[in-house]
Write a protein that binds this ligand. Structure first.
Ligand code: G3P
Length: 216
């Protein structure tokens, strides 16, 4: 499974990239606001650090506006992917951008039917928001499982990008289901490395190493 960082904070992108384990990056207007810098500048810098796909989100509500924004974003770097929302206008924009060879990530997906429409519209990525479904008492991962089944039935090439990931269990569940990608906050990425037994093991090995006779 590929790992993307869901952030527009450059320090996090740099630290993530240095591990050699980050395959791409996703951003949205909320994350751009948190970064507090010009969105285009941030995207350009992320694309210079991360060689894999970097998602940039449009904010227009009509297809014409989304296509215009998408074309402008796509000029920033070759690895930019355009995020459009799961709406009728979003699907029109997805089809138009895809026809122009621009990759699209359909975002704000909360059902397998929505994912079906996105795939039929030629989406490169579809982003089910698991955490937000959990927030309203639904099981977000059930939707991911359903999308996986539907896409398998029809051999859709659209990749399932699990989003709104809040914890390592979301990452594990996404991997168990066979999702293509999980995008996560840097804090969740860091948690994936950690285990108290690993820390305790290192401590014990270092203590025991001190007891090993050393040559003078
Ligand atoms: O990838 C989408 C993500 O940024 C939304 O996450 O935690 O705001 O639901 P969250």
């Amino acid at each position: 499974m590929q790992i993307f960082l869901d952030t527009a904070i450059l320090d996090e992108v740099k630290k993530g990239a240095e591990t050699g384990l980050v395959d791409g990056c996703t951003t949205n207007p909320t994350l751009a606001a948190k970064a507090g810098r010009n969105y285009n500048d941030v995207l350009k810098e992320i694309c210079s650090i991360v060689k894999g796909p970097v998602s940039a989100e449009t904010v227009s509500l009509d297809a014409d506006g989304m296509v215009k924004e998408g074309i402008a974003f796509s000029k920033i770097a070759k690895n930019i992917v355009i995020k459009v929302p799961m709406t009728v206008e979003g699907m029109k924009a997805c089809q138009r951008l895809t026809k122009q060879g621009i990759k699209v990530n359909v975002t704000l997906i909360f059902s397998a039917n929505q994912a079906l429409l996105a795939a039929k519209s030629g989406a490169f990525f579809v982003s089910p928001f698991v955490g937000r479904l959990d927030d309203i008492g639904k099981i977000g991962m059930d939707v991911v499982r359903e999308i996986k089944q539907v896409y398998g039935n029809y051999k859709f090439k659209t990749q399932i990008l699990v989003a709104s990931v809040r914890n390592p269990i979301h990452v594990l569940d996404a991997a168990k289901i066979g999702a293509d990608i999980a995008t996560m906050p840097y804090s969740v990425f860091e948690q994936l490395f950690m285990h108290t037994l690993t820390d305790a093991g290192i401590k014990k090995f270092l203590e025991d190493w001190e007891k090993v006779p050393k040559k003078r």
